[in-house]
Design a protein around this ligand. Structure first.
Ligand SMILES: Nc1ncnc2c1ncn2[C@@H]1O[C@H](COP(=O)(O)OP(=O)(O)O)[C@@H](O)[C@H]1O
Ligand SMILES: [Mg+2]
Length: 501
């Protein structure tokens, strides 16, 4: 069916999330909806799926205006949604999850005709090569398969229009390729598809048409055959962006960080890091790739002293820090850009200026031991804001009100303001706009060139390949491969991430 959204406007308190947005997709067409975090993509799709009511604007299906006051009506009209965060019931098996859906958890199971449902699930799974075992329990399935169950659910309900909201965020590169195959198959059979993403490569690969959203508005609609990554990035951000990381060859020197047979447990007491050995030298960037949840978080927390080591050793410049406190480790010249900047990196209720001195406020020149020297603090902040291109109304603005990219610049500026021997950066560009990503990468390379050892942990393959002088892959708590930057290809690293060694 042909789908058209015309002049959709949706306002939340203080935010114009959708500002007269118009998009359209023909039967059997894959529309890529590209935009930064907060551009308004999910809001638009929640309107289409009947979750939100638009302030104004129209939804047309096959040229007929439709209004949905709840999700059920949208489903009946043939719209299937695979949400950014899945909504499957873990204790269900695949047939139950597909046929009943989340909405019937407490409903009557008595009338459920399992045999017919199972046959239909199997048929759909085969027809679209979804390769899902109908009898498997949801909780036992890997995320990639769970997502295919979500797709099955939409197909089961006879969706002619399928919306996938950031579907690849949780997938390995291999699973993403499989998903693209499925999308193409569905489109070929006449399903209209809206594929939402913030990743340039993906949208270029799978979409027949690309609409770019920026700050709640349509920034442009382009034909992928004529579009370049640069053009798309420009539309997303509103200015030209350097997409490749400019850097010379690494000049590795002495070993700074060494991990030997490291074992670290997660919060539930399971071994999350299982015998990791790794060296990082001064003057090189080691990118640690891996799908989320393979022990990277625990590894980083152990290195910076936030998590106890079970066994094994961590040394920095030959000195064991296995039992050191975070403060002692920081004092060795370790800059830490944490994975969750809102929890560990920044205090939202403090000003930008105050955030710059979080770990040095008790020292000269910011304090004489009795009183804070406001002037020194402000001078320092003014310089850092300028040096790190932090877009803030003032240095006295609360850090919590800045955009993600600018918050991250505050964290990086603070961490890099001390002499740096070792950089530990976890997902340093997650959720950032393309422009800020470029900026953060430049600063990481700068540290390397000034002689720091740099560890960048990332789930984004593009980032890993762009910045890593060497690429290590972590899977199931172990390092399953280390590849030289020049040999690190999408296929090679992707395969290691997916568990193919
Ligand atoms: N339920 C809501 N209440 C208030 N603000 C919201 C709500 N949902 C989204 N927003 C805001 O609307 C804007 C667009 O968000 P969203 O549609 O989720 O963007 P995207 O999916 O492109 O990342 C953001 O500024 C976001 O904070
Ligand atoms: Mg979204």
């Amino acid at each position: 069916m042909r789908l058209e959204l015309r002049d959709i406007t949706k306002r939340f308190p203080g935010v114009l999330a959708n500002d007269r947005i118009s998009i359209s997709a023909d039967r059997g067409q894959v529309l890529g909806l590209l935009g930064e975090n907060g551009a308004g993509k999910s809001t638009l799709m929640n309107i289409l799926s009947g979750l939100y009511k638009p302030d104004s604007g129209e939804i047309l299906i096959d040229e007929t205006p439709r209004t949905f006051t709840d999700p059920r009506q949208a489903i009946e009209a043939g719209i299937g949604m695979v949400h950014q965060h899945f909504q499957l019931v873990p204790v269900f098996d695949v047939v139950e999850a597909v046929a009943l859906g989340a909405e019937s958890v407490s409903g009557p199971l008595g009338s459920f005709d399992r045999k017919t449902a199972r046959a239909r699930v199997l048929e759909l799974s085969q027809q679209y090569r979804l390769n899902v075992n109908p009898d498997a329990k949801i909780e036992d399935l890997p995320v990639g398969v769970r997502q295919r169950v979500e797709i099955l659910k939409a197909l089961y309900r006879k969706s002619d229009i399928l919306v996938l909201d950031e579907p690849s965020a949780v997938l390995t590169p291999f699973e993403t390729e499989e998903l693209f195959g499925i999308i193409r198959g569905l489109a070929k059979d006449g399903t209209t598809i809206i594929f939402i993403t913030h990743k340039l490569n993906e949208v270029l690969e799978v979409a027949d048409k690309i609409t770019v959203l920026r700050r709640g508005r349509v920034a442009g609609t382009v034909d992928p055959k004529e579009a370049t990554r640069e053009r798309l990035a420009n539309l997303m951000v509103g200015r030209d962006v350097e997409l490749t990381v400019a850097k010379g060859p690494a000049q590795p020197r002495d070993v700074v960080l060494e991990l030997s047979d490291l074992h670290v447990r997660d919060d539930r007491g399971h071994m999350a890091v299982n015998g990791v050995a790794l060296q990082i030298r001064a003057g090189e960037i080691l990118a640690l790739a891996g799908v989320q949840g393979n022990g990277q978080t625990e590894l980083v927390e152990a290195i910076v002293g936030l998590r106890a080591v079970d066994s094994g050793d961590i040394t920095i410049d030959g000195k064991s820090v296995t039992k050191s406190t975070p403060r002692q480790i920081a004092d060795l010249g370790v800059a830490h850009v944490p994975e969750d900047r809102n929890r560990d990196g920044l205090i939202g209720a403090m000003t930008v200026a105050e955030n710059f001195i979080l770990d040095t406020y008790h020292r000269e020149p910011y304090s004489n031991g009795i009183r804070l020297n406001r002037q020194a603090i402000d001078e320092r902040a003014a310089v850092a804001v300028k040096d790190y291109d932090v877009r803030t109304p003032s240095i006295h603005t609360y850090a919590g009100s800045l955009s993600g990219g600018n918050q991250q610049k505050v964290v990086v500026a603070r961490e890099f303001s001390r002499p740096v021997r070792l950089v530990i950066a976890a997902q340093p560009t997650r959720g950032l706009d393309v422009g800020s990503i470029e900026y953060i990468h430049k600063r990481m390379v700068e540290q390397r060139d000034q002689g720091a050892a740099v560890l960048i942990v990332s789930t984004e393959l593009d980032e890993v390949l762009a910045v890593g002088d060497r690429v290590a892959v972590m899977q199931g708590g172990e390092i399953v491969g280390v590849v030289d930057g020049d040999d690190a290809t999408y296929e090679k690293v992707g395969m290691l991430m997916g568990g193919v060694h």
